[in-house]
Ligand binder design. Structure first.
Ligand SMILES: [Zn+2]
Length: 63
């Protein structure tokens, strides 16, 4: 049985690479790109909670 191998685009860097079930980092081209993408999501979550804190701050008359 042949393992299907095809080209796919890395969601992080956009580079074409070989998609293989042997690649633990799929659909990313590398572990580095996987970590970058995870970091970006974590960062966005952090930004969202930070900005909701800011809205709360606008409510306070201290400013
Ligand atoms: Zn990549």
């Amino acid at each position: 049985m042949n393992t299907p191998i095809f080209q796919t685009q890395c969601p992080s860097c956009g580079k074409q690479h070989t998609y293989s079930i042997d690649n633990p980092n799929r659909p990313f081209c590398s572990e580095r790109c996987q970590l970058i993408d995870l970091g970006r999501w974590a960062n966005e979550e952090y930004t969202i909670s930070a900005s909701s804190n800011r809205t709360d701050d606008l409510d306070s008359p201290t400013d």
